[in-house]
Design a protein around this ligand. Sequence first.
Ligand SMILES: [Zn+2]
Length: 151
Amino acid sequence: MMDSEERPFSMHDPEERLCEFCTDIFYAHHGLQRYCPEKFGKKDYCKYEQKKLLTETRLAERVTELAKAGMNVYQDTPLDRNKKAIFEIMGSDWQKTVDSSLLDSVGYQINHFDSKTLINETNMFLIHVGDYTLEWIGQEGTVLIFKITKK
Ligand SMILES: [Zn+2]
């Protein structure tokens, strides 16, 4: 009993362990020791360096997560851009006739849409984009004419 009171960590034989930070071998005097008791003349150097490293790693991971989340929020698909373009072209109008050069000028990509439906007894389609439908109604030279209607 005298022995354990004087040297509380000497109850067990020191155990050889690998420091979880620097991987040096140290002698652990109790079960919870995971790092060198001392390194470079500093007490608990490895323990605090490991803690710092973990905090930095967590911060770096968090920054990456946020960046990814931000990209998901702000990276528009061509369809998203089409919806915005139509919204800007239409303003408060419920119907407008536009030509493909106007659509081109705002970066509209005609091959991106929510769905399209065949117009009865024709081989023409109604193109559905967000709250609007586009109908191809004519052509002047290479310029296509569309009627845009709000649903
Ligand atoms: Zn160490």
